[in-house]
Design a protein around this ligand. Structure first.
Ligand code: URA
Length: 235
């Protein structure tokens, strides 16, 4: 294997994110062939070089990929000072995994958990434009004009959102249901977009990530992604 950036090797070994690994290097916690490397850029060959973090040799972990149907009240970060239930606690394995992107605590639906930071960075990068589909319960009715506005994109503090595909699943006086697919992943984007066109969200559920769906996965359940799904995401 050719030389690679040291922080990339450390992240691939599951030590931490690339940025945190850069910090570890600069702090002098990383050795390559028994020599401290505390400057960037730094390169190593993960097959030939002996790489240690805080004196311990790193091992390349097998990559894990899960799909969780997140319940309400569960959060997508790996540490929470308020002690709320975390998505990673619902997928009991002996490795440090994390959520790819995030869903709000109140949002239910599917989220990928993995220890593959490379894939996670790729999937959350707007450039790759992976579409995510949500089903939202709306208080009251939805007009054709509101649907058109959603389709064209809505102005938020960060700028105008991209085009969305939108389907009204149920029209009702008291409550309506809408399906919306977006390619960006701004913070609380669906809730803010719907609010931006005057639609109050009562419930929000993510049903699809690209072509991976929540089919067969009850709330709180998880499964491993199949080899075909992993290959699709990597492509
Ligand atoms: N958009 C939201 O508003 N919330 C989510 O959890 C995901 C997308």
């Amino acid at each position: 294997m050719a030389e690679q950036r040291l922080q990339k090797i450390l992240a691939a070994a599951g030590i931490d994110s690339r940025r945190k690994c850069e910090e570890l290097i600069l702090e002098g916690a990383v050795e390559v062939n028994n020599k401290t490397v505390d400057r960037l850029p730094a390169f190593a060959d993960p097959e030939k070089d002996v790489i240690k973090v805080n004196g311990r040799k790193i091992h390349f972990e097998q990559k894990e990929y899960f799909l969780l149907n997140k319940p309400k009240g569960v959060i997508c970060t790996n540490s929470d000072p308020e002690g709320r239930r975390k998505a990673i606690d619902l997928v009991p394995i002996d490795k440090r995994i994390f959520c790819v992107g995030r869903l709000d605590a109140e949002t239910t639906g599917i989220i990928i958990l993995t220890n593959d930071s490379e894939l996670s960075n790729k999937l959350t990068h707007p450039k790759f434009g992976l579409s995510k589909t949500y089903v939202a319960g709306i208080k009251g009715e939805i007009s054709a004009a509101q649907v058109e506005k959603l389709k064209k994109g809505v102005w938020l503090a960060e700028g105008k959102t991209g085009r969305a595909s939108v389907k009204v699943i149920r029209h009702g006086h008291q409550e309506s249901i809408i399906e919306i697919s977006i390619k960006q992943g701004l913070n609380r984007q669906v809730r803010r977009t719907l609010a931006g066109v005057g639609l109050p969200v009562k419930s929000l559920r993510r049903t699809k990530i690209g072509r991976i769906t929540d089919r067969g996965l009850g709330i709180g359940q998880f499964r491993k992604l199949t080899a075909a799904e992993i290959a699709y995401l990597k492509k």
